[in-house]
Ligand binder design. Sequence first.
Ligand code: GDP
Ligand code: IMO
Ligand code: MG
Length: 422
Amino acid sequence: MADLLLGLQWGDEGKGKIVDVLTSNYDIIARFQGGPNAGHTLEFDGIKHVLRTIPSGIFHANSINIIGNGVVIDPVVFQKEIEGLEKFNIDIKSKLIISRKAHLILPTHRLLDAASETAKGKAKIGSTLKGIGPTYMDKTGRNGLRVGDIELTDFKERYRTLADKHETMIKFYDVNIQYNLAELEKEFFDAIEDLKKLDFIDSEEYLYNAQKAGKTILCEGAQGSLLDVDFGTYPFVTSSNTTAAGACTGLGIAPNQIKEVYGIFKAYTTRVGSGPFPTEDFGEAGDVMAKVGNEFGSVTGRKRRCGWLDLVALKYAVRINGVTQLMMMKGDVLSGFKTLKVCTAYKYKGQSIDHLPYNIEPENVEPLYTEFKGWNADLTGMTSYDQLPKELVDYIAFIEKEVEVPIKIVSVGPDRKQTIMK
Ligand code: GDP
Ligand code: IMO
Ligand code: MG
């Protein structure tokens, strides 16, 4: 059996922190999709670390961390990530293993991402420009290079064929992208040599045997459900299935082997990049959330757009993923608001609806809010549920009633210790 942890909003819900907190209960932590577009932040003992492709269980002495077949790996970013871990004395070789079926992000995938976004102009997705979209396109187009290909004698020729094709495509976009491919390729092949020092595995086989041996597995999602390529706010999404089904395809774990589905959400909402965001607040409230919540992208440093909690969207995400337990993050950021707003329905074509319609562009939906009394207490030092202010307890109870799933963890700060179990 495996448990699954994923984000229910537009990413950056705090997945990294909670995986780190939960890792002591698991033998194996396995990332199932996404790539270096992710930035998962962990804080403990006064250090803060942002992980990109490496699962968030890496800091625990006894955990095995797997990068699954559904992940796309940029060897260059990966190499830097490993270097960043050097000072922590982690035995990476014994703790981190990679699926042979994971796809490789080539330097030209990054260039294609940039060319595509530039060509889109105002309609751009707001991609992190890490080459995610073009790499998944090559995967589904059956042209991609996989980690296992590195072990083949003709890897370099395969690389050349694909990179040459990409160069033709970059020219097709007819935009001005400056690059020195020879330099990028040197960096890429150097990083490939480092990648080869790690063990490549058939992760579906590994995980099957682990399950048989009674090992506990936590699958770690990246991005959030509203960025899912099928169920998100298409086309303003990422290129993978960030939802529960992605764990099955991204690791080879059978659907009937998934037990708990932990869904993580912020007590408010953020989004980075373009695309609809019904409850976005362009006034003071949004500014306060951004400032107090330090809402700047952990990968790109971009300011995250902020707004109120959207229960219509949250319910949608809970249903699609079959969430069994909720975790509410960053409640501390809402301290000090006199009144809090929660979107409980949308006005859509003149009617009030409580499901997410096909088109949630601002011209189609208007959020309808329920207001709550705020609280003033500083939550960041609180350690038990009964210390929480009554207004927050009411806020939590309302969400649980609407969404019909219990909130089991309330996070009140970025540190590992600032986590209240209910
Ligand atoms: P992830 O991508 O889902 O892992 O989330 P990110 O790491 O990108 O963004 C979450 C940010 O919020 C990080 O800077 C965390 O350190 C921080 N964080 C997580 N939980 C809390 C919390 O309960 N309160 C506060 N104030 N910050 C938090
Ligand atoms: P974590 O795992 C927040 C967003 C980008 C952009 C869109 C497509 O840290 O929660 P892409 O680079 O995939 O082509 O970008 O998705 N995005 C994220 N937003 N958190 C993430 O990951 C994200 N990964 C991608 O901002 O809008
Ligand atoms: Mg993040």
